[in-house]
Design a protein around this ligand. Sequence first.
Ligand code: LUB
Length: 220
Amino acid sequence: MDTMAAESSSRTSRLTRYATPRRKDTGLKQERAVRTRGQVLDAAAEAFATRGFPAVTVMDVAELAGVTKGAVYFHFANKEALAQAVAEEFYHLLGVIGQEVQEADLSPLDAVSQLLVRTALAFRDDTMVQAGARLQIERSLIGADLPMPYLGYTESLVTWFQQAREEGQLPTKTDPDVTARVLVSAFFGAQHISWVLHDRADIAERVQEILDTVVPRPLK
Ligand code: LUB
C-alpha cells in the first residue's frame, strides 16, 4: 500500500468511501480542502489586518498561507472574495461573542458591559477581527459588497437597554436607541484611537471608561 492509500484508509471513514465509490479519497480530499481554505482565510486576515486591502495581492496571501496561487483561486475567485470571506468570518466571530454573552445569563447592563469588553479583547487579540474591522474602514476601496457595518451590533445593544429600562435598571428618561448609538460610536472611536496610538494595548481600559461614562448605573 502506498502512503496515500494508507493515509486514505486510516483517515477516511468507510461510510464516506462507500458512499462515493468513484472517488475513493473524496473524504480526505475534502478534509484537506477545508484545511487549505482555512489557512488561506487566516493568511488573508493577517495580510489585510497588517497592510490593508489595497496593498495586498493574491500572491501575498498565497505566500503567507504557504500554498500556490492556484490553490487560493480554487477557493476564492479574487481578492474581493477573500475580503468578503474575512468580513463574514468577522461577523460570525462577533456573533459568537454575542451568543456567549447572551447565554451567560447576566443582567442586561452587565451583558452590555461584557459584550463591549469581550469585543475589545477580540480587537486586541484576534487577527480575523482586526482584519474585518480594517476592511470595513476600507469598504469604499473594495469592489464587492461587504455586510453593512454597525447596525447589528447597535441593535443588540438597543435590545439590552430596552430590557434594562423595563426592569427598572435604567432611568425612564434614558433612550435605548440614543444610548446604543452613543456607545457604538464611542467604542468604535476608542478602538481606532487605541490601535493608532498604542497598538491596542490600552483598549480594555479605554472601553471600561466609556462604559462607566455612558451607561448610567444605579448608585450602590
Ligand atoms: C463592530 C465594526 C467594528 C461594532 O460592523 C460592526 O459591527 C463593527 C466594523 O468596523 O466593531 C462595534 C463598533
